[in-house]
Design a protein around this ligand. Structure first.
Ligand SMILES: Cc1cc2nc3c(=O)[nH]c(=O)nc-3n(C[C@H](O)[C@H](O)[C@H](O)COP(=O)(O)OP(=O)(O)OC[C@H]3O[C@@H](n4cnc5c(N)ncnc54)[C@H](O)[C@@H]3O)c2cc1C
Length: 325
């Protein structure tokens, strides 16, 4: 049952910061994750602070100096359908259009997608797990077929966001407004692993609000894509996925970012796979070496070793597809 909470509509970013800094306050963007968590008792809210009236958080448009600014309240449908996103930041358009269902993409915002809570069934269920302040990870020896193979430490959840991996691959930055002012940081350092905190997924502290995502103008020769494997053809989270952005100059990879989904508690950037691509042409030997490098440190649980082969396959197929893109 949905618990009782008070509802406040912030009139500006400053107002949202002040209201959401109060104990027990949670930000409400589209509500598609927040309300499910409150209904299922994953956490409680004294107050929810709606961002919906804040014009500054809406819209997709040019970034001063080139590139794109995406307001945190932009819906996933808006992003998936945006012409410039489709043409210049294809991985993001593909990731946004792979999220959930059309209804959820119409309701869900980019800020909410990046800040959504984990989908581990023990975290979402009636289990006092470590991420909820308990002292047990039930996935460790339980039903762990969808859990992490990389970067785990006492908690084995995987980050649920598709757009997060695509944006990290594209080198996006995020602006955060908070009680101490604004800061813009690489999105890559927004997400944190369980070794940094076992109870939160990002660097936000009380009162901090994501206001925008910034993308630089794409370099000449950029090719990007997002590949997601899920259990069924209808809406579903990534069992595993990969966002890849490579810059190809005169047939050779001049820059590469390879970011995996569904394998770790944060979008997982594989620097080893990137190194295997640099300076090479995207031929069979190179993509096999990169795919192998991406999983060389993977440590599976009892029921998810299949993810290692799955990630290798996703990377080989996707990189070869990018070779002729
Ligand atoms: C059935 C189902 C299937 C789904 N499938 C997928 C999928 O395949 N891939 C995928 O990526 N996602 C999936 N999702 C998640 C969905 O994309 C998110 O629920 C949605 O993007 C959240 O956006 P929202 O605006 O509704 O966020 P809300 O529910 O309003 O907020 C989500 C969280 O983010 C916080 N928050 C929101 N905006 C901000 C902000 N600007 N600054 C700081 N904190 C903020 C809120 O406090 C809350 O904790 C699925 C969800 C459902 C219910």
């Amino acid at each position: 049952m949905l618990q009782k909470f008070s509802y406040k509509k912030a009139s500006s970013v400053q107002d949202a910061v002040a209201l959401s800094a109060a104990p027990g306050a949670h930000i409400f963007a589209g509500g598609s994750d927040l309300l499910g968590c409150l209904r299922d008792g994953v956490y409680e809210a004294k107050t929810v602070v709606s961002l919906s009236s804040i014009a500054e958080l809406k819209g997709i448009g040019p970034k001063p100096g080139g590139g794109l600014r995406i307001g945190a309240l932009s819906t996933l449908s808006e992003i998936a359908g945006h012409q410039q996103v489709k043409e210049q930041y294809r991985a993001l358009a593909e990731a946004a259009s792979s999220v959930a269902s059309p209804q959820l993409r119409n309701q869900g915002t980019l800020g909410g997608n990046l800040c959504q809570r984990p989908r581990c069934w023990y975290f979402r269920g009636d289990f006092p797990c470590r991420r909820k302040g308990g002292d047990t990870c039930f996935a460790e020896t339980g039903e762990n077929q969808f859990h992490a193979i990389l970067g785990w430490d006492r908690c084995y959840m995987v980050h649920p966001s598709d757009t997060a991996s695509a944006l990290v691959a594209l080198g996006a930055r995020v602006t955060i407004a908070g009680p101490k002012g604004r800061r813009t940081i690489p999105l890559e350092s927004f997400f944190i692993l369980p070794k940094v905190s076992i109870v939160k997924e990002n660097v936000l502290t009380p009162g901090e609000v994501v206001t925008e995502i910034l993308l630089d103008a794409p370099p000449p020769g950029l090719r990007s894509t997002y590949r997601k494997v899920r259990e069924r053809g209808a809406f579903d989270f990534a069992t595993a996925g990969a966002a890849i952005a490579v810059t190809v100059v005169e047939g050779k990879v001049a820059a590469a970012r390879v970011v995996l989904s569904g394998v770790a508690a944060a979008p997982w950037r594989s620097v080893d796979a990137e190194k295997a691509l640099l300076g090479k042409s995207l031929d069979n030997a190179t993509v096999e070496a990169a795919a192998q490098a991406a999983v060389k440190d993977a440590v599976p649980l009892e029921k998810n070793a299949y993810k290692i082969a799955m990630v290798r396959g996703i990377l080989e197929e996707t990189l070869l597809r990018l070779a002729t893109a």
